[in-house]
Design a protein around this ligand. Structure first.
Ligand code: NAD
Ligand code: WQD
Length: 338
């Protein structure tokens, strides 16, 4: 049997889509997730989409005994490390919890990988590591200067992996810096299911469309952008998932260190996203302009050239598909996985 791919955070939004693609490529998968921001129902949905239920270990990446036992129970070749907390505002309010979960948790995982002789890792980093460089098109050379705790945890984990690689060349590392993931599996069975009031634009829009929220607040209409609203590089979660398979392929082919932006290279404004969603769903999204959100920037998008050169990967799905798939998921699951 082929060795397992350990997917931490594999019942979460991006992890679940990646697990499906891994299974469709015949990789055996074991998920480690503490279910702090996901539901075990995801496992049933993955099983019905792929015909194959991934192995699942419920637990925390900080639980060293559990992680050690996992590496004894499963022959793991590579780790895809999604597990982490990701709400920017929450990170500002509870920095110690964020550093503990994201940084200490990753350190514990990496040390147990080392002890088990597993040295191949794909890490979920974020465009947030760049902060606000004063220009909008971010390359991998854009200086790392996170402006919030969440972004700092991502940079710290990147630093740890860069140092580990320098000291022990046996490590194989892919740092994938995601831009703004949206969309859902085309089946409408797997998607983003945020707890409480969504922080991010797309889940807020879908919850307005399904009647769960009254209207969208558009954070600022005076940004220096063509329509005055913030512009971001939205990327379909299926494209994001396939970037992980491309990175895995590279690592398994002997590549030793990759740092890659994962985006489309094409930004859309908030109002353009609202219009695209209305077109894809046939729903009207009422909105009001509100004050700028603290910490926001006007615009950012990926220079996706390196992903194409290094991984042979580029995004396939356009904004209409992103909106149509987000809507199908929300419409079929008005209360998420509950
Ligand atoms: P998610 O919250 O849906 O998934 C993360 C999963 O990790 C959840 O299932 C959660 O239960 C689990 N988890 C959290 N802490 C854990 C711990 N200590 N031990 C075990 N499991 C734990 O988030 P997502 O959107 O799928 O994001 C996945 C990764 O990608 C995260 O690291 C996130 O920071 C990163 N990322 C996300 C975005 C985005 O906008 N969604 C953008 C850039 C980077
Ligand atoms: C997009 C645009 C908002 C909500 C965040 C994290 C980042 C990454 C992705 C993990 C902005 C506007 C939003 C709303 C709005 N996550 N907006 N009304 O801020 O680019 O990135 O998620 O790594 O770290 O910071 O994404 O979806 O929150 O916002 O007008 O109710 O939509 O101001 O212009 P963001 P977002």
């Amino acid at each position: 049997m082929k060795p397992f791919i350990l997917v931490t955070g594999g019942t979460g939004y991006i992890g679940s889509h990646t697990v499906i693609q891994l299974q469709q490529k015949e990789y055996p998968v074991v998920i480690l997730d503490n279910l702090s921001n996901s539901s075990p129902v995801v496992l049933d949905r993955i099983a019905s989409i792929t015909g194959n239920r991934p192995a699942f270990v419920e637990g925390d990446i900080r639980d060293r005994d559990l992680v050690r036992q996992l590496f004894r129970d499963y022959a793991v070749s590579d780790v895809i490390h999604f597990a982490g907390l990701k709400a920017v505002g929450e990170g500002e309010a509870e920095p110690l919890r964020y550093y503990d979960n994201n940084v200490s948790g990753s350190l514990a995982l990496f040390q147990e990988m080392e002890a088990a002789g597993v040295f191949s890792i794909i890490f979920s980093s974020s465009a947030t590591v760049y902060g606000n460089p004063g220009y909008s098109r971010f390359t991998e050379e854009t200086p790392l200067n996170p402006v919030n705790v969440y972004g700092d945890t991502k940079k710290m984990v990147e630093d740890i992996l860069r140092a580990a690689k320098r000291a022990q060349p046996v490590w194989q590392v892919a740092l994938l810096r995601y831009f703004n993931p949206v969309g859902a599996h085309v089946s409408g069975m797997i998607g983003e299911d945020p707890a409480g009031i969504p922080n991010n634009l797309m889940p807020f829009i879908t919850q307005v469309a399904v009647g769960k929220r009254e209207k969208l607040s558009v954070f600022g209409n005076d940004w220096p952008t063509p329509d005055g609203t913030g512009r971001r590089d939205y990327i379909h979660v299926e494209d994001l998932a396939s970037a992980h398979l491309a990175a895995l392929n590279k690592l398994q082919g002997g590549e030793s260190f990759l740092t890659v932006n994962v985006g489309t290279g094409r930004p859309y404004s908030v109002l353009e996203m609202v219009a695209a969603f209305e077109k894809a769903s046939g729903k009207t999204i009422p909105y009001q302009f509100a004050a700028r959100r603290a910490g926001d920037i006007a615009e950012c998008y990926a220079d996706p050239a390196l992903a194409k050169t290094l991984l042979g990967w580029q995004a396939q799905h356009d904004v209409n598909r992103m909106c149509a798939d987000s809507w199908r998921w929300q419409k079929n699951n008005p209360v998420g996985y509950e």
